[in-house]
Design a protein around this ligand. Sequence first.
Ligand code: DSN
Length: 410
Amino acid sequence: MHRLPEDDSTVYRIIQKEETRLKSTLDLIAAENQPSPAVMEAQGSVFSIKAAEGYPGARYHAGCGPADELEQLAVNRAKTLFQAEHANVQPHSGVTANLAVYFSVLEMGDRVLSMKLAHGGHLSHGDPASITSRCFQFKHYSVNRHTECIDYDEVNALAHQYRPRMLVVGASSYSRLIDYARMAAIAHKVSAYLMVDMAHIAGLVAAKVIPSPVSHSDFITFTTYKTLMGGRGGVILCRDKFSANLDKTVFPGSQGTPSLNMVAAKAVCFKKALEDEFIQIQRNVIENAKTMAAELQQRGYRIVSGGTDNHLVLVDLRSKGIKGHIAEAALESAGIIVNRNPIPYDPEKPGIASGIRLGSPAVTARGMGPVEMREIIALVDTILSDPDSRQAFNTVAGEVARLCRRFPIK
Ligand code: DSN
């Protein structure tokens, strides 16, 4: 940065603080990642200036030659990467992508069946706190109390009772694979659309290290900044027959000009996602998450559903006598960044929570492997076993600093 330090030293100083925080802490937030410098450069490019309402070849502003070329490239790359019939790369976020899908085929008040937020779903899947719940009538499926996995028989029964116009699949704190073929069969039996929100797992799907929902679904939404290692923003994939309505619902229906700098970042991450290095990182993400889960179990922690198939581990802290919000704060004070998270059938309020959610993507992107995962879990355990101990804090903070120096952010 050259101009910012001079023109606005206050903002510059805060950015510097954030950079220091990122470099000197271990990021175990499952929804975060470390994008490549190329993605960061594309996000910060001159494309942030351009107004370009409309779509390539049909804009409402002049001067869109490079913008058209960029957006078409991003669309083509998204379609190739995920083998999709149609892609819209304009959504500003995952929530706006979900809203656009709902409004492209549903009427206000229509019935939708989705996973309960407290059991792993997402706010925008009709949680009472989300505007989506005011537009449509959501009913939620849960996970089974014993297996803590999706109960497909329950989803099927609810679908037949409730007759939704859309079945929403996908989650933000569910660590198991989802049987998309089975969900598609349920949706088809009740003539519902199937939408899969794969925001958390898009990188794993792109690398083909877990099954893809694309061929089973009418609509797919995702964000590019989680496992996909791109910048902020949302994407929608759909079958060709829905494309015209969908595009109209994104623009002019629910957004104005797209953020072309973010479209540039999306295009870059789609290219990188085809490279061998990315595919290997995604394999490592899963191996690292499995290692974390196993190490936690060895140390007496209960893992929700008994393990993980993806990038995240949901830990039930009740046997350790510590609440999620206390664990989150204690770990942060030693440089380990996690989020408190409700576990299925949690007796605590979401702001307190009985669990924490750990994710392996960002530490894997720094180059860490199973040895480091075991070290990290030992540090987590040291803090959680005695969250008030000054000695534990000093030891762990020192080890976190050492790990961060050994695996610098590029
Ligand atoms: N969905 C949020 C999460 O999982 O933390 C972030 O977008």
